[in-house]
Design a protein around this ligand. Structure first.
Ligand code: AMP
Ligand code: MG
Length: 363
């Protein structure tokens, strides 16, 4: 028997200034408004605001912008999203990534943006000692995560696919990607972070004062809902408890991205065992992690996305040591009985009442 699970990670709750408790009441109310208003594609939630929900990048994307030219910004960004999808997708045959994955040549020319993102991916592989590795694609395919035809491969198949997995097998020089034969890549663990940061940069070119970009639970925000609103307390997002879909924590996100990884987001069950989509490049199998979900909070959405995947693979202890040493991002990390929260954001995180039984550890 094979069952499939798909979940996001962050639930957007629009908060306004004021104390945290009050904010939470308002959040729930606004979540309700948000869900009912999105029945139509585009709506004007308030004066000078626009919101749109689209399906792209294999997920539901919600864009909300406040300011005089909010609609213009949204129209522009919508086109941008499709451009990036056509550049980075492994399933669009003409994408840069498909070109790399199908080419028999050792050098492939790609757009500057693709080259830049691959180059950044390689430096994050170095940073995470290879836990984050975009050459994981042969294994993602082998386990059926690209086609939804899930299967548990045997050890010979895993060994064969693993022999093509090593970020050191690719390099980038200007817009040329050099690769060893049979190297195939998948930007699935980093592209949404990159795209959300590009969207925010694009929106900022317009006469707008704030925005919330939600790429299937990967959220990035900036600004305020009204021009010059100095009392604005920041946007709040709910962090999803794995499987249940409830919010277990509320995060005041500020002008940052919050990106979550977890085994619950995409998996299948076979013979009573759950197999998920985050593959450990050292074993070729779904990572055996004691983390249920990890949300990375950073101004750098690209790093947040890639790190969420890598930290999940590391597990609680290694991820904690890594964060202490690198000091490169803040996290909310959940294990069976404990929620680990970085000192840098501990004042911005509040556990929901039903989850107060969780131990809270500041790291
Ligand atoms: P995320 O949801 O950001 O954690 O990304 C998970 C997706 O990234 C998977 O669905 C795969 O497409 C891909 N992936 C899986 N394992 C890895 C890994 N170790 N490094 C980089 N990408 C991965
Ligand atoms: Mg990721």
């Amino acid at each position: 028997m094979l069952l499939q699970n798909l979940h996001s990670g962050i639930i957007v709750l629009y908060a306004i200034g004021g104390d945290f408790f009050l904010k939470r009441i308002i959040c729930c109310f606004l979540l309700f408004i948000l869900l009912t208003s999105f029945n139509s594609c585009t709506f004007s939630q308030k004066e000078q605001s626009a919101s749109k929900q689209i399906f792209a990048l294999d997920t539901v994307i919600t864009l909300t912008v406040w300011g005089n030219d909010s609609q213009g910004a949204i129209d522009d960004v919508e086109k941008l999203i499709y451009e990036y999808e056509n550049m980075f997708s492994t399933t669009v045959q003409t994408s840069d990534i498909s070109k790399i994955n199908t080419s028999t040549e050792s050098e492939v020319q790609v757009s500057d943006k693709t080259a830049g993102l691959i180059s950044r991916s390689l430096s994050i592989s170095e940073l995470t000692n290879g836990d984050f590795d975009i050459t994981i694609y042969p294994l993602v395919k082998l386990w059926g995560f690209t086609t939804d035809e899930y299967r548990v491969p045997d050890s010979d198949e895993i060994k064969a696919a693993l022999s093509f997995v090593d970020y050191k097998n690719i390099s980038v020089s200007e817009n040329i990607v050099k690769k060893k034969s049979n190297t195939q890549i998948d930007l699935g663990a980093i592209a949404k972070g990159y795209i959300s940061s590009q969207i925010i940069d694009e929106i900022k070119k317009y006469d707008v004062c704030g925005a919330v970009v939600n790429l299937g639970g990967n959220v990035q925000c900036f600004g305020t809902k009204e021009y010059g609103d100095t009392s604005f307390g920041g946007y709040s997002v709910g962090v999803e408890y794995p499987e249940s879909g409830d919010c277990y924590a509320i995060l005041n996100i500020g002008d940052k991205a919050a990106i979550t990884s977890g085994a619950y987001q995409r998996n299948f069950i076979q013979n009573g065992k759950t197999y998920h989509h985050i593959i450990d490049p050292k074993t070729g199998c779904p990572a055996q992690s004691d983390i249920l979900s990890v949300t990375v909070v950073s101004e750098d959405a690209v790093l947040a996305d890639a790190l969420s995947t890598a930290l999940f693979i590391m597990g609680v202890q290694e991820a904690t040591d890594f964060l202490k040493e690198q000091k490169c991002a803040d996290v909310i990390m959940l294990s069976d009985d404990t929620v680990y929260i970085s000192k840098g954001i501990s004042d911005n995180v509040e556990l929901e009442k039903e989850y107060n039984h969780l131990k809270k550890q500041i790291i």
